[in-house]
Design a binder for this molecule. Structure first.
Ligand SMILES: N[C@@H](CCC(=O)N[C@@H](CS)C(=O)NCC(=O)O)C(=O)O
Length: 218
């Protein structure tokens, strides 16, 4: 039995699917019918009571949710995720640190922009103010990643690791990229990686403002 990855096209499961591809770990993809940015239909993610994807069903029947946790789990279980020819974790402190950082400060920030009503209690507060503040906070978080990338080309060092895939996915959802050339470059390298590009195109070309996997797109 192999892994089963539950995702919806264009959503966070990309950061897991690309890792499974790069690490050559067998899996089956189960796609939920739902558009990026919409609420997950009731009962659609039966295995996750928090009703979000990605969800990874493991060969031993265990279920892992939360993008960073799934990446950490796969790195623990498979050498090819940690020390493989396509993925390498040079610095595990950086791997855990920035993986969680992306989850709590960036991914969660996007959720505030996409589903503001969840954060506003009775609905009397100002949705646009929340969206603006969340977008600024996400921008500040990417500035920290930009500083990390000033020291080495990838987040954990000199080689591509799962957290770079995670960062590239989130960065491609961010529309204010002007002062973040290193995050932009990282996203281009991830999207254009020959093993990642087909997964990227299938997930993102139909809804993002830019076709990141194409070299002639700026
Ligand atoms: N904290 C979760 C966030 C996952 C998440 O927000 N997934 C989105 C898709 S990109 C989702 O399921 N949205 C549907 C919803 O929240 O109703 C993680 O890190 O995996």
């Amino acid at each position: 039995m192999s892994y089963v990855l539950h995702n919806r096209l264009g959503s966070g499961g990309f950061a897991i699917e690309a890792v499974l591809e790069l690490a050559d770990v067998p899996y089956r993809l189960e796609l939920i019918e739902s558009a990026p940015g919409s609420h997950m239909p009731e009962g659609a993610v039966a295995m996750n009571p928090w009703r979000q994807i990605p969800v990874l069903e493991c060969p031993d029947g265990k279920v892992v949710t939360e993008t960073a946790a799934i990446q950490f789990y796969l790195a623990e279980k498979h050498d090819s995720v940690r020390t493989g020819p396509n993925l390498f974790v040079d610095d595990s402190a950086a791997f855990y640190r920035w993986g969680v950082f992306l989850s709590v400060n960036v991914y969660e920030g996007f959720l505030r922009m996409v589903y503001p009503e969840r954060y506003l209690g009775d609905g009397s507060a100002d949705v646009s103010a929340l969206r603006k503040a969340a977008s600024a906070r996400v921008g500040d978080a990417f500035k920290l990643i930009e500083d990390v990338l000033a020291s080495h080309p990838y987040i954990c060092g000199d080689r591509l690791s799962p957290v770079d895939i995670y960062c590239a996915m989130l960065f491609s959802w961010h529309r204010k990229r002007d002062e973040l050339p290193l995050c932009t470059g990282l996203t281009e390298r991830v999207a254009r990686h020959p093993l990642v590009a087909p997964v990227w195109r299938r997930n993102f070309d139909h809804w993002l403002d830019r076709k990141w996997a194409d070299a002639d797109q700026t």
